[in-house]
Design a protein around this ligand. Structure first.
Ligand SMILES: [Fe+2]
Length: 317
């Protein structure tokens, strides 16, 4: 069976994450941004001012819902009340698709308010695939799942993240949200090759890209979403664009948020970056700088899935 590119979903162009600090600017100036991504949970239970603004924006722009609480990897039962609310909001704003992360966010009813990594095992794969099918049945639209930034790996993992995502997306028949900045952050933290990761994904299933800034601490990176996209991430984006044929692109900026025109201009850099041709001195054929943390490269150790030497606690919201 031939899978239509991006599961038949549209290329929405170049969008930005909708944040409250920009509400007035957007409503007053109608900026020429292609689309907005919203954090689903900020609007699911709200019928106050934010929801009123969203309804107006959804009349003017395409909207995509991006969630942080699906917890597709948790061993807790799926929250059917949450899924019904998600479906209701998606119907209301006409969400082109619904996305979340390959992670778990809580256990035993407790919410950790963080995107926690899953072990890449056969058992996790079967568990996640079964749950994706249920979610897609409830939503009656494709679920698109994102690779999170991670700060630890699991000794029990038996496959790479790219293999896990490939088998997950193929067997569950869902889409992928390729966060290029997260690929960079995780590759630095785990001393992996970000280009190899991107080359090994099922490119026809990549529905959307995320771009963002992060903070480098020398030994590791934290996914802070508080600055411009750095050049090595733009290089990875260009590679991903070439391999996928292009997909809807979204800039996330969640801390130290500048005025809307600055955020919008940052995502529009993508157009130039796609067409930018590399000079030999540029970094396309290089892996990220080796972190000074003593991690072994994959070919220096015996494990097929490299493990971090130390635990790095996540500080991102
Ligand atoms: Fe992201």
């Amino acid at each position: 069976m031939t899978i239509p590119e991006r599961l038949g979903l549209p290329h929405a162009g170049y969008g930005v994450g909708l944040r409250n600090v920009h509400f007035a600017h957007i409503l007053n100036h109608n900026p020429a941004v292609d689309w907005f991504e919203i954090i689903s949970e900020n609007y699911m239970d709200s019928h106050g001012p934010p929801r009123y603004v969203l309804d107006q924006i959804a009349e003017r722009y395409p909207v995509v819902m991006h969630g942080v609480s699906l917890s597709i990897g948790s061993s807790d039962p799926l929250d059917m009340d949450y899924l019904r609310k998600l479906r209701s909001l998606a119907d209301s704003v006409g969400s082109l698709w619904v996305s979340d992360h390959v992670c778990w966010t809580g256990i035993a009813g407790l919410n950790a308010h963080d995107l926690l990594p899953v072990p890449f095992t056969e058992a996790t794969l079967r568990h996640v695939i079964e749950r994706i099918r249920i979610v897609q049945d409830v939503l009656e639209r494709p679920l698109v799942l994102e690779n999170p930034s991670t700060y630890v790996t699991f000794a029990r993992s038996t496959m790479t993240e790219a293999e896990f995502l490939t088998r997950m997306a193929t067997e569950a028949d869902c889409g992928l949200l390729l966060d290029v900045n997260n690929v960079y952050v995780s590759s630095v933290n785990h001393d992996l090759d970000p280009q190899e990761f991107i080359r090994n994904l099922p490119h026809e299933r990549v529905v959307q890209f995320h771009l963002a800034g992060h903070t480098s601490y020398g030994t590791h990176c934290i996914d802070t979403h508080d600055s411009e996209v750095i050049d090595p991430v733009w290089d990875l984006y260009r590679l991903a664009h070439e391999l996928t044929g292009g997909a809807s692109t979204l800039l996330e900026w969640d801390a130290k948020i500048p005025p809307f025109p600055v955020v919008h201009q940052e995502v529009l850099k993508a157009v130039d970056r796609i067409n930018h041709r590399l000079t030999p001195a540029e970094t396309m054929d290089e892996t990220p700088p080796r972190p000074e943390n003593g991690f072994a490269r994959p070919d220096e150790g015996t494990a097929t899935v490299p493990q971090p030497a130390t635990m790095i606690s996540a500080e991102v919201e």
